[in-house]
Design a protein around this ligand. Sequence first.
Ligand code: PRX
Length: 646
Amino acid sequence: MSENVFPVPTTVAETALVDNAKYLAMYERSVKDPAGFWGEAAKRLDWAKPFTKVKNTSYDPHNVSIKWFEDGELNVSYNCVDRHAASKPDAVAIIWEGDDPKDSKAITYGALKDEVCRFANVLKAHGVKKGDRVTIYLPMIPEAAYAMLACARLGAVHSIVFGGFSPDSLAGRVEDCASSVIITADEGLRGGRKVPLKANVDAALAKFAGVSSVLVVRRTGGDVAMQAGRDFYYDDEAAKVSADCPAEPMNAEDPLFILYTSGSTGKPKGVLHSSGGYLVYASMTHEYVFDYHPGEIYWCTADVGWVTGHSYIVYGPLANGATSLMFEGIPTYPSASRFWDVVDKHKVNIFYTAPTAIRSLMGAGEELVKKTSRASLRILGSVGEPINPEAWLWYYNVVGDGRCPIVDTWWQTETGGILITPLPGATALKPGSATRPFFGVQPAVVDAEGNILEGATEGNLVLLDSWPGQMRTVYGDHERFVQTYFSTYKGMYFTGDGCRRDADGYYWITGRVDDVINVSGHRMGTAEVESALVAHPKVAEAAVVGYPHDLKGQGIYAYVTLMSGEEPTEALRKELVAWVRKEIGPIASPDLIQFAPGLPKTRSGKIMRRILRKIAEDEFGSLGDTSTLADPGVVDDLIENRQNRR
Ligand code: PRX
């Protein structure tokens, strides 16, 4: 190994679940005998009816079908709650840390069971039954976990919409899956600022009917409008029902949740996950990737609005009977020491966050870290985007004091759980590499034609076979599922990511190769931002690309052509930024807007994004062939007025 390599620390090796020899043996078995391997792994869950078939999957583009444990029955809520409530009712399931450092509480597995049952009974009273879709638009409060598990208990399918999304984005998602119930809060609280969740729901519902009940959890007690007959305070409703609710046995392939995510084209798609395979995979990866030992305090800083929150705050940890910390606030409030203060306050052993947070805290300086103890920390994790070696080393040396392995976990909303990652006791680390595949995962690197490349190489990342946590379909549009993931390279799942594999077989994810950008670990389709921009009356045309951004990983760069007669002013630039925030949400705000009288197009009218990307990167010296452009002259103007000058 030529690069900087960090071996497994001895203290971690002493107690680790898996060492390198065991990893290699388990990995080999998992790919040679997937049915045997996953059949045994699935015993980690309690099945109401045991399965007899393990794997039945096909990546043939004419017949894409993914089924795991297909004749088994189980209930996800039972597995995450009841069995632990029975064996260790006083063990803490969730530690909740509020936005205000004075606000925190512990919820035991016994208490969790009561809360989840009560929530399920409220949903039932509002007509929710097996198979119905329920939209959850909540801040990071324990009720978010109760609501998810309550849906799972009844066999209802939840669709969580991140609290930072606008009324329009919320409306689109509610409508797409035809939810009849929305669960929200009066207001959210983040960094001392209020988020008007209920008002956003009202604005969304002004656009279409079809929602019969809105359940409102009181978070701030703020004064919000309540529409009689439609809106109900959750605590009023909960007071009317019992804390007893049976868990409905579900088929392993019954859907557990839908989560909308951005792609390279069109509207966000509803990624559908199953009950059995998903939970087996989320729980197994949670245990092995974080080397979770019973009694440890585990903290994932994600929001439940993203897949990381689903799999690694709620389902994986709770299935394992772990103690999962849920944080309502932000890393910089009341100060940029908050993460480390919380680590010390709750004696956190395992800490999982995103590179964007690391980079911003790095900027705040080492002192804010060093004044805290962090002695409880054992394992660190990273997710959401490539972690640059500089941030990796700071995380390792400053946060982890050089003694905690970093698991750089590569995965996607679609994959349900972590696919490429180190295991703390097994894998020597290289800063910036997600290292090796998890059990059962068969990555390959292909060229543009889909030829599998061997050895040390670079290309597009595909997966050759299924794993239990894989998404099953795009909700309501199986054809889009097939087209998006299985048609680029026949017989393979295409991830949309590029990667390099080194001579040690380690994978280095280089980022998206499609029109998806990754802004602070949040996935964004450039097409979505473009359609928001062209919806503005003064905009004729827009093209959006990503560009390297020191803190966010990628920033959003928008080229905008105005309607004739409109003036390209600073005021209009600000107006357009505000417009996109309103249309999609703050995470989609363009960082740079360039007014462009013309965009580079081929003679057939296709925008040449390659050129726009290069100019946005301030790399206009290497534009490549521009001879196929309808009007090569536009390029000079674009270069002259470029907004990113390094
Ligand atoms: O480009 C990869 C990047 O995030 C994409 C998936 O985004 P999303 O579905 O929102 O899920 C994020 C949380 C799992 C991937 O296609 N990505 C995620 N993790 C990593 C990463 N890129 C590099 N290294 C990672 N560890």
